[in-house]
Design a protein around this ligand. Structure first.
Ligand code: NDP
Length: 272
């Protein structure tokens, strides 16, 4: 942790997304600025055209930003400097301005890693879904030595994973095996009552799993309900969201505060 040297002029931060009205990030960061007595203020910005991200960032006079769906790849292209992991996965969710240059990071994946690290003895992981979130999180899991298999509804999005050497399958080609952790990486269950894969497949893989995780947060999805009916420990995506926010806050404030110190304030956004 660095020695605290806070510039007292107010710093402005924002989340860019479309839609963005549902985002918890302003509450998470503002509660933490307030708790730490840091002169920051965090707002939300509905960005319709991702190509306008860089220009909008500077017009608003921001010190930092988070980026959510569908602009993480635009954010990647908007930066002057990228950290090695953001460079590797091609997606940025956190930007910090320093001396007129934009520095880009991906805190989704390390936040996710920290959230699932709370399950013990996990080595093999089955991802249900192959979208943008699956891409960055599978990369960090592999870097950390986990064995990841990707199961997706359709073939198209599996191509990239195959090229990167992951084991992949569609519902039709899947051959059930034993996995320590099963993760819903899809949006199935977010605004509907769908399972992320056919129930017959889930009923084959869940019994031998140690735990099940869902990236969706704030509700018990059909996937988590099914996992509970098999008496499995479960976790939703709240910690993943909280931890990506804490890591982003560390970048925003130049690592002046420790993870647990930030957490003590940011977690209040989840009980209000
Ligand atoms: P994408 O749109 O990039 O990918 C969606 C994936 O879900 C695809 O693999 C798609 O399959 C699959 N899918 C969608 N609907 C269904 C369905 N009904 N049945 C089976 N598969 C389905 O999404 P993201 O990767 O950006 O986001 C995925 C989830 O992660 C979202 O629910 C989002 O809310 C959550 N999320 C949570 C975060 C947190 O902090 N907790 C952070 C970021 C995201 P196909 O290829 O066949 O279309």
């Amino acid at each position: 942790m660095k020695k605290r040297k806070i510039n007292n002029s107010k710093q402005l931060f924002a989340i860019f997304g479309n839609p963005v009205s549902h985002s918890k990030s302003p509450l998470m960061h503002n509660l933490t600025f307030q708790g730490l007595n840091y002169p920051g203020c965090y707002t939300r910005y509905l960005l319709e055209k991702g190509e306008k991200l860089r220009e909008t960032f500077f017009v608003l006079g921001l010190k930092g930003a988070n980026i959510t769906v569908p602009h993480k790849e635009h954010a990647y292209r908007a930066c002057d400097h990228l950290d090695a992991f953001a460079q590797k996965v091609g997606a940025v969710n956190t930007i910090v301005e320093k001396e007129g240059k934009l520095y880009g990071y991906n805190t989704d994946a390390p936040g996710f890693l920290r959230a699932i690290s709370e399950f013990d003895n996990v080595k093999t992981v089955l991802f249900l879904g192959a979208g943008g979130t699956a891409r960055s999180t599978s990369a960090i899991l592999r870097d950390e030595g986990y064995d990841v298999t990707i199961l997706n509804r359709s073939e198209g999005r599996l191509q990239n994973f195959k090229e990167e050497g992951f084991k992949t399958a569609t519902f039709e080609s899947f051959e059930p095996a034993s996995f320590d952790l099963i993760i819903n990486m899809t949006s199935a269950g977010l605004e509907d009552d769908l399972l992320p894969a056919p129930k017959a497949i889930l009923d084959q893989v869940i019994p031998s799993a140690k735990a099940c995780f869902d990236v969706i947060y704030g509700k018990e999805t059909p996937f988590l309900k099914l996992a509970k009916s098999h008496n499995k420990p479960t976790k939703d995506g709240s910690d993943m969201l909280l931890y990506q926010g804490i890591i982003a806050f560390e970048y925003f404030t130049d690592h002046q505060y420790g993870f647990d110190e930030i957490k003590s304030f940011m977690k209040r956004a989840f009980v209000l």
